[in-house]
Write a protein that binds this ligand. Structure first.
Ligand code: IMP
Length: 428
């Protein structure tokens, strides 16, 4: 039995989807444990590119079960869209299960997210406007609607009758929204969606438990990254779920002591979408190089991502928080062709050197990064299939990262395709 958790070690978009698909074939079950359609996981395989917002990235392994577990928030229309897309391509393997305690993202959550962001003006979070925050807020206020409610029309109708008048009052009186949500229309829409979703609904806990008890291997695929965690990220510029390894336990019912391996994923540089502190952010040519070569545009929103150097202080923080036993370093090829490559090794404030940070947004915003500099390498790294084919400068950079963060760098991704991956023998 193995429980392997893949977590993002930055502000999301680290390449977790590619890694989950790459490793996924070796597992009996792949589980997504938090977040919703704010995530955008890209998988490139067999010459085709797939972008999933909700489906676990291993869904393309058709002989392999995937579970959208209880910690997720699920927009039913988006989910059905993703299922239909795979069905149309003849790639649907009937291999999806959905936890009954996951929450439904309702149309009023999306409206609330959009209107609230607009009302904040310059102080907005920069959310993906997928209704994630309002849906999780309702979950904790105990006014949410769970996926399992789709199996019980009477309960579903009652939940809507209890909640919708409050939502209408909020939307009208706080945000000046001039529409009116109707219980009948929402109920009708959900009952139609239930025809597709209800047959997939299971108990997350029972499903995972019975597999683990039979000795199965489970892969937990995180969304977003540690620096966007609701408690341990750069609050308030975070998402509304637990993106760290502990979130895999909360979202699935797997006990912490059952996790056997945790792989942190980080790009060889840093990106961020949305607002908030970003000490190593670059403008000008370096940012353009990273954005254009790395196609750094949001998968969900299309927004250009902010780009900067790898921040080893933040990476160390994320790897410890997540209990990572190893690190996968992605998009290394994007740095090909730069004359100099840099990485943050400390910060400075008022002449004082700071080597650890708890990533409060306000604190980070006041820090100036201290960089280590490395000679660049010409590339193309994308052609490499073993470490021996790397430029010596690239190997030196990876060795430095490994030595700084204190966990082995075991997987290097040199391109978006499945086979553009180098497994690294551990040398230290
Ligand atoms: P929300 O999750 O849509 O509420 O957005 C909150 C913050 O998290 C914003 O800064 C988003 O840009 C960021 N965010 C949410 N999901 C992702 C993701 O999958 N990748 C990168 N950033 C994300």
């Amino acid at each position: 039995m193995a429980v392997v958790v893949i977590t993002g070690s930055q502000w999301g978009d680290e390449g977790k989807g590619k890694l989950a698909h790459y490793l996924g074939a070796g597992f009996d079950l792949t589980v997504r444990f938090q977040g919703g359609s704010n995530a955008g996981h890209t998988v490139k395989t067999g010459g085709e590119t797939f972008k999933f917002n909700l489906l676990p990235s291993a869904i393309l392994h058709r002989d392999h079960q995937c579970l959208m577990a209880d910690g997720m928030v699920v927009n039913p229309a988006r989910l059905i869209g993703e299922i239909r897309c795979l069905q149309d391509k003849g790639l649907w393997g009937d291999n999806l299960l959905i936890g009954s305690r996951a929450h439904l993202v309702m149309p009023y959550h999306i409206l609330q997210d959009e209107l609230h962001e607009k009302s904040l003006g310059d102080h907005s979070i920069g959310t993906t406007k997928q209704g994630i925050g309002p849906c999780y807020a309702d979950k904790f206020a105990r006014t949410g609607i769970q996926v399992g409610d789709l199996l019980n029309p009477k309960t579903l109708r009652q939940r809507l009758e209890d909640v919708v008048p409050h939502k209408n009052a909020l939307l009208r009186n706080v945000y000046g929204y001039d529409g009116e949500l109707s219980v009948d229309a929402l109920y009708g829409q959900l009952m139609e969606q239930a025809e597709v979703i209800a047959p997939l609904v299971v108990s997350s806990v029972k499903t995972v438990r019975s597999l683990l008890d039979s000795g199965a291997n489970v892969l937990c695929e995180g969304a977003q990254g540690a620096l966007l965690d609701i408690d341990y990220g750069t609050y308030p510029f975070v998402t509304s779920s637990h993106t760290v390894t502990a979130g895999a336990c909360l979202g699935t019912g797997i006990a912490p002591c059952e996790i056997t391996r945790t792989i942190g994923v980080s790009k060889a540089y840093t990106t961020r979408v949305g607002n908030g502190a970003f000490p190593s952010e670059q403008a000008g040519l370096v940012c353009e190089h990273m954005r254009e070569r790395g196609l750094e545009y949001g998968t969900t929103t299309g927004r250009p991502r902010r780009c900067g150097w790898l921040d080893l202080v933040l990476l160390k923080y994320a790897l410890r928080l997540n209990g990572c036993t190893e690190l996968a370093l992605t998009k290394i090829d994007v740095l090909d062709g730069l004359e100099t490559v840099k990485a943050v090794v400390a910060y400075q404030k008022n002449g004082e050197r700071i080597e650890t940070s708890e990533v409060s947004d306000a604190e980070l915003a006041g820090y100036s990064p201290v960089y280590a500099e490395f000679p660049g390498w010409p590339g193309p790294s994308r052609a490499a299939r073993s470490e021996a084919e790397f430029a010596p400068e690239l190997t030196a950079f990876v060795d430095f990262v490994e030595q700084q963060v204190g966990v082995p760098v075991t997987i290097l991704s040199v391109g978006p395709d499945h086979d553009e991956t180098v497994e690294r023998s551990h040398r230290s």
